[in-house]
Design a protein around this ligand. Structure first.
Ligand code: DX5
Ligand code: ZN
Length: 218
């Protein structure tokens, strides 16, 4: 199934003091999603922001809030991130023993759910979740920090995941996260991704709106 390319700028890379205005600008430029990275200092060696920040941003935009939980035992915080205004919540397959239960809980709240894998986790682990997920997220860096270099192994994993999705017949988006820029985006889309997360490539660009358009190939 051929899908439109969606750009999901990563809020982690914007200047938080001006977040609402910065996000408005990239959404006006055509970013349909906003990617919200949640880090707990345990599952990943870094801290970011929590549900209160998401709640504060919510009234400023109608963009789809794409919340990426990099936290241990995410089930504990699903209510908080749903209440804050998330439209999609993705959880790491490596972050808990109750992945299925957590995904079902997210769905029961009336929003979309997805599964994320780190660079060393094989795509095959995702197969059992295909009937319940709306999105697969392939990490193209070790999660924890923005501004890292894209790991080429992610291209093979995107191809494998795209084939798995297409064979399954389910309507599942394929997202990529980490080190995406204007130089590598074409090969990433060619490999099968249809949701493109970009932090530095958008918010560290001289013109973030132009960067969103360029990533979309406009
Ligand atoms: C990394 C985060 C990414 C990060 C991407 O753990 O999940 O979303 O913000 O940033 P860039 O695009 O700068 O690699
Ligand atoms: Zn992310």
């Amino acid at each position: 199934m051929k899908k439109n390319i969606i750009v999901s700028p990563s809020v982690l890379a914007c200047d938080y003091a001006y977040a609402a205005d910065s996000l408005k600008a990239v959404v006006d430029a055509g970013a349909e999603y906003l990617h919200l990275d949640i880090m707990d200092g345990a599952f990943v060696p870094n801290l970011s922001f929590g549900p209160d920040f998401i709640k504060a941003l919510r009234p400023h935009t109608k963009a789809v809030f794409d919340t990426h939980l990099m936290i241990n035992d995410p089930l504990r915080f699903i209510d908080a991130f749903v209440d804050a205004g998330s439209d999609i919540i993705t959880i790491h397959v490596e972050s808990c023993d109750n992945v299925r239960e957590t995904l079902e809980y997210i769905k029961s709240k009336g929003i979309k759910c997805g599964v994320v894998i780190k660079p060393k986790t094989p795509v095959s682990v995702l197969e059992e979740y295909l009937p319940i997920i709306d999105m697969i997220l392939i990490m193209s860096v070790e999660p924890g920090f923005g501004g890292q270099s894209f790991m080429p192994i992610a291209l093979d994993k995107l191809r494998e995941a795209r084939e798995m999705i297409d064979k399954s017949g389910y309507d599942i988006d394929l997202e990529v996260d980490g080190g995406v820029n204007l130089k590598n985006v074409a090969s990433i889309i060619e490999a099968g991704a249809n949701v493109i997360v970009a932090g530095s490539a958008v918010f560290r660009a001289p013109d973030p709106s132009a960067a969103v358009k360029a990533l979309k190939g406009e």
